[in-house]
Design a protein around this ligand. Structure first.
Ligand code: SAM
Length: 288
């Protein structure tokens, strides 16, 4: 395979696996092999990965505590003609990981930045969650402290988009409880755990049931998590939504759900799937 590595002075942003070594791309391997420097979040951790791939590398550490200064040093190397591959401990660099400052500094200095896409926990979770809504927002890690977290969640509560969070195992129960407290019990959550690893699991349920589900089996709280919470019902956020909500309220009194949704879509001029989704939520809310 031809490696597009001819130009020196390029910053390559290279995704590495989030658990399964088989997920590294051939292009990532070739790029890591040929880079003058590999900037890694944890050089020992990434040293093991590259050793398993049989790639000798010249590492430099770039992590949250030294990124500001190191970015300037690495940009000088780039300008001097070196090629640098940026990696993080797992997944795509600069996504809830170090790398953003280096990438921004490289752009500012006129250095070419080339992404090598690959594993990313949020995208893997979204692809397998079966979330019907087409729009979603990536949030990443919520603040650890309860007050700051509640404030962040309050700002997100009415958004009509699925929300994607990262969370560590020791905070998972606390985090899911906070999500239910801020978003209510009805919206569904998908807990995607240990993606691409031996104990991978993907489970969806209403937020109000999620803490009990996690607590029913200690194994369900282990490992790394992506949490996806469905968006706020559109009824709360705009005029169209309110009209649809009011129409459905009347129709659902006398018609089966599917028929009510079809008719409501016709009457409001909104899409059938939007009406159907809201009708489902209204029915769920009425049952809880
Ligand atoms: N840059 C990474 C990416 O592209 O996904 C994310 C790094 S962030 C520091 C680590 C968080 O990502 C974990 O706490 C977890 O929320 C999520 N994560 C990483 N690997 C995962 C996996 N295999 N399964 C589920 N979540 C994962």
């Amino acid at each position: 395979m031809a490696v597009d590595m001819q130009t020196s002075g390029t910053l390559y942003v290279v995704a590495t696996p989030i658990g399964n070594l088989g997920d590294i791309s051939q292009r990532a391997i070739d790029t890591l092999r040929h880079a003058d420097l590999v900037a890694a979040e944890d050089t020992r951790h990434s040293g093991q990965l590259l050793a398993r791939l049989g790639i000798p590398a010249h590492f430099v550490a770039l992590h949250e505590h030294n990124e500001q200064g190191m970015a300037q040093r690495l940009v000088a190397d780039l300008l001097a003609g070196k090629s640098i591959a940026l990696i993080s401990d797992a997944g795509t660099p600069a996504i809830s990981d170090p790398g953003t400052l280096l990438v921004a500094a490289a752009h500012a200095a006129g250095v070419t930045v080339v992404p090598l896409p690959g594993a990313n926990a949020a995208i893997a979770a979204l692809s397998a969650a079966g979330m019907i809504a087409p729009h979603w927002l990536f949030y990443g890690f919520l603040p650890n402290k309860p007050v700051a977290r509640s404030k962040a969640l309050a700002a997100l509560a009415d958004l009509p988009y699925a929300l994607v969070f990262y969370e560590a195992p020791h905070r998972i129960v606390e985090c899911v409880a906070a999500l239910a407290a801020s978003f209510g019990n009805t919206r569904r959550i998908t807990l995607a755990r240990e993606l691409t690893k031996l104990f991978e699991s993907i489970h969806s349920l209403p937020l109000g049931e999620a803490v009990a589900w996690l607590e029913a089996d200690a194994n369900r709280q282990k490992g790394e998590f992506v949490l996806i919470v469905e968006g706020a019902p559109i009824a709360v956020v705009d005029e169209d939504g309110k009209r649809l909500h009011d129409t459905l309220t009347i129709l659902l009194e006398d018609l089966p759900l599917k028929q009510a949704a079809q008719l409501a879509a016709k009457l409001t001029g909104l899409k059938k799937n939007v009406a159907y989704e809201l009708a489902l939520r209204m029915r769920d809310a009425a049952q809880t």
